[in-house]
Each structure stands twice: as C-alpha cells, then as structure tokens.
Design a protein around this ligand. Structure first.
Ligand SMILES: Nc1nc2c(ncn2[C@@H]2O[C@H](COP(=O)(O)OP(=O)(O)O)[C@@H](O)[C@H]2O)c(=O)[nH]1
Ligand SMILES: [Mg+2]
Length: 481
C-alpha cells in the first residue's frame, strides 16, 4: 500500500482527525485504480463538504424564517407560497445560483428572481430538491436544508420532504439530500407523526436540536399577562426533558425578530415611527394596532411594523426605539434567542453532524466493497481505517444509532452519549474534573471490567456491538496517562 496522505494531524481537532483518517483510506482506494478512482473522488467530495443540517417541522412553524435569519438574507420564501413547496439546500458558494435536482438525480440551472428561487408550479412534480449556492460566510461550516414540512396543506409537500430526506424512500440515492443533523421546530408540543418522522431520519439527540419557535407569541402572546418569551423558556425546559431521547435540548426562538434584523429590514424610519407610540400605555397601543386608521403611525407603517416585529416587538421594542435603529435591532436580537441557536449549530450540532457524515462515508465504503471485484482490498482498507484511534467517536456514534433503534432505554445509551459528548476523559467517564491521569486510568479500568461482565449477557446484537466499542474505548483510556 502506498504512503497515506495527508500527514498525521496531531495538532488538529477531533473532526479534522476523523476526516484525515477517512481521507487516507480514500486515497488508498483511489490508488487501486480503475473505476475505484472515480468512486474515491466522489466520496471524497462528500467528505470535505460541510455537513448538512435539515430544518424540519410543520408548515408555518417558522422554518424558512429561521433559515433567513441564520443566513442573514431573505433567500427562503416565507408564508405559504408556491416556492415553499420544495426542499431547498442552501450551501456556501459563489456566484449566487440555483439548480433543480430531478428525481433521477439530473441537475439543471434555474433562474433566480430577486435572489429567491422562482416558484416552480407544475415543474415541481419531478424535482427532488433545489440546490441553492450563495456566498455567505454563515454557511461556510454548515449547509442548511429548508423543507416544506410535515402534514402540510397538501400531501404532496409531506411526500416531498420524506422523499428527499429518508434513505431509499421512493427515489434514487443520487436524488437524496443526505442530511447529517436536524433542527426540529415546533411551536407547542410536537405531535406523534413528527416524532416518527424524526426517528426515520436516523439521527441521535446529539445532532438534533429542538427549537420552540414563535416564542414571541407563546402562550397568551404579547398581550397576555405573562411575558411570552419567559413563558416559552420555562416550557422549553420541560419539553427538553420530555424529548430527551430525540433532541439534545430545546431553545426558544423568535425567528421573526432575528430575520427582520439580520436581513437588514429594520431601519431608522421604523425606529422613528415606533418611538411615536413609546409613551402610550399597553391598552391604548393595543387599540391603536387594531384600529382602521391608527393615529401617529398610519395604516401602512402600522402593518409594516407588525410584519417586521410582531406584536411583541412593537410593544417591547418601542421603549428603546428612541435611541435609534441600532438600539432597536440590538433589542430584537437579544430577545429573539437566535444567538443560542447559532452557538449550538456552530458547536455541538455541527460537530456531531460531521461525525454522522463520517459514519455515512464508512457505510459508502462498505457498500462499495460489497459490490466490487476488488472487495478484498477495499475491506483491508476499511478495516485499517476503522482501527485508527481517530475513528473511535464515529464507531461509538454508530453503536449509539443502532441502540436508539434497538432499545432506546437501555443504560448503554446514556453511557455512549456521555462518551461522545464529553470533551475530556473525566467528562466521558463522568468523574471529578480534577482527577489525576492515574485516577482516570483507574476509573477507566473499573468501567472496563464492568462492561466486559455485561458483555456476557446482552439483550440485542446492537448491545453486543455497543459494549464491544466501549471495551475498546475504555481500554485505550486506561492505557493513556
Ligand atoms: N410572531 C412570529 N411570527 C413568525 C415567527 N417565525 C415565523 N413567523 C411567521 O409565521 C409565518 C410562517 O413562517 P415560515 O417561516 O414561512 O414557516 P415555515 O412554513 O415553517 O417555513 C410567516 O408569516 C412568518 O412571518 C416568529 O418567531 N414570530
Ligand atoms: Mg417554509
């Protein structure tokens, strides 16, 4: 076997190390020549492109609004218009352009109107998804996938969402979006069919983020007795516990406030207009917002402010509007909760989406080996890739996925999750952060003995595999100090 490339990455982080381990394997597959060079090239392109996170939830949950807020441009059509009926992939790239990906995997360019994808009408029938490239730094590490949603007005939309996302669902692999993680939006408690759909996507809670959307109108809304965003926070905590086997956490978000700000729509003129109602008391203002001819604002500005800020933004934002559009925009961002979503997307979700991606690449290599005359050589390479210590998180992740399907309440699920989510060996073992290397090795040794004992009486094949992975991990931790 020829010398692997690139060089060993002691200085790189875990993600980079995983990618490099796989890249070495792909290089060796490439060296086998013939059609394997093409396969290696194709898989390598997947390896080095940003992981894809799909935004799922019912129609009108606020998915496209959140996508626009995250990208910082009004690219996704919001409200139930024609263009919301297809799955759209938003990926960093220049120049700004869009392609239609057919159900058979073929691609053709489609013109853009005002930066948005044109509505597709009858054409939509044989389209798997729209692939939109746009020069946006916020997409550099993560590709976002907007979906029409579930149980929408038409059965068609739901079918399309499933078809593009669920492996082997009614279409060819080449027309599949291949998502690596999900943001799951709901504006109250999610329903059983949504939970089922998420399970079918085959992720883990580590790469699935829950978002309690439209937090600004939660409960009784802006005009009720309780602050809707605070109310949403309290509810999100309860939901996070109830949905712990599906999502890592639940973050309340008022996407509209973030969208209006990050797409640059809230201007000085808006702040000035909003300031004119700053001294009104709430009841007076409520009447004004509903009146046919609102004094101070006029109907056009009133509608505009409600569209941009919602009732909550108008009521709460007017106090700071006197300090100008900058202060108003800051207030909107702070109250939107978008910062936490961005943070989690950029850290944990991105990280575990990358692990999911790596797992998929291993699966691609296995599929390739199964069907190819050079299967023996490919298997030698994949075995050797698997034995690279850098691949350990990927193998633990695979074991976790299998356990979630086989027996989601087994104790080993929590153990695998902790092993993956922990940033240090102490966190992975769940022991005191100040533990010495000797103590860590001691704990790992104890855990190893336990796991070996449990491995003698397992309930499922998935548990067998999970315990074998844990044995490997504890063994290497025990050796490490
Ligand atoms: N008040 C409020 N309205 C929102 C929020 N997010 C979305 N909306 C509105 O809800 C409607 C549906 O949003 P959209 O993003 O198109 O939902 P999607 O079908 O899930 O993509 C639009 O009219 C949005 O302006 C929010 O955080 N607060
Ligand atoms: Mg939408």
């Amino acid at each position: 076997m020829s010398a692997p490339y690139p060089p060993h990455p002691a200085q790189f982080d875990r993600q980079q190390a995983v990618r490099i381990a796989l890249d070495r394997g792909l290089y060796s597959v490439n060296q086998l020549g013939g059609d394997l060079a093409d396969h290696a090239h194709r898989i390598r392109a997947i390896l080095w492109s940003p992981p894809r996170v799909v935004i799922v939830g019912r129609l009108k949950a606020g998915k496209s609004t959140l996508v626009n807020a995250l990208i910082g441009a009004p690219v996704a059509e919001t409200a139930a218009l024609e263009a919301t009926n297809v799955v759209t992939v938003y990926q960093a790239g220049a120049p700004s352009r869009a392609e239609l990906v057919g159900l058979d995997g073929t691609r053709r360019p489609v013109p853009l109107e005002a930066g948005r994808t044109v509505s597709l009408g009858a054409e939509a029938a044989d389209i798997a998804y729209v692939h939109r490239h746009l020069p946006s730094l916020s997409l550099e590490n993560l590709t976002l996938v907007d979906t029409p949603g579930l149980a929408t007005l038409t059965v068609e939309n739901e079918h399309r969402t499933r078809a593009a996302l669920i492996d082997g669902f009614a279409q060819t692999r080449s027309a599949s979006v291949d998502a690596d993680g999900a943001v799951f939006l709901f504006d109250s408690a999610p329903r059983a069919d949504e939970m089922d759909f998420l399970r079918q996507l085959g992720f883990t809670p580590l790469n699935t983020l829950g978002v309690l959307s439209r937090a600004d109108s939660f409960g009784e809304g802006a005009l009720g007795g309780r602050n809707p965003i605070e109310h949403a926070h309290a509810h999100a905590q309860k939901l996070a516990q109830a949905l712990a086997s599906t999502v890592s956490t639940v973050v309340p978000v008022a996407g509209l406030l973030a969208e209006s700000t990050y797409t640059g729509q809230v201007t000085e003129a808006d702040a000035i207009a909003l300031h004119t109602v700053a001294s009104m008391d709430t009841l007076e203002l409520m009447d004004l917002l509903e009146s046919e001819n609102p004094q101070h604002l006029g109907p056009v500005m009133r509608d505009r402010l409600l569209d941009l800020l919602g009732e909550y933004g108008v009521l709460g934002g007017r106090a700071v509007a006197g300090r100008g559009a900058h202060a108003l925009n800051r207030w909107l961002i702070e109250h939107s909760g978008i910062a936490e979503v961005k943070y989690l997307l950029d850290s944990a979700v991105q990280d575990f989406a990358a692990v999911h991606r790596a797992d998929r690449i291993l699966a691609e290599l296995d599929t390739l080996a199964a069907a190819h005359p050079a299967r023996q050589q490919i298997r030698t390479i994949t075995d050797w890739v698997r034995s690279d210590p850098a691949m350990q998180p990927v193998l633990l992740y695979r074991a976790l996925r299998a356990m979630l399907l086989a027996d989601p309440h087994a104790p080993v699920v929590a153990e695998l999750t902790r092993m993956l989510a922990g940033r240090t060996d102490a966190e992975r073992l769940g022991v005191h952060p100040g533990s010495t290397p000797e103590q860590i090795a001691g704990h790992a040794g104890e855990r190893l003995t336990q796991v070996q004992r449990r491995a003698m009486s397992t309930a499922t094949a998935a548990e067998d595999a999970a315990l074998a992975e844990l044995v490997r991990t504890y063994t290497s931790m025990r050796r490490q100090p």
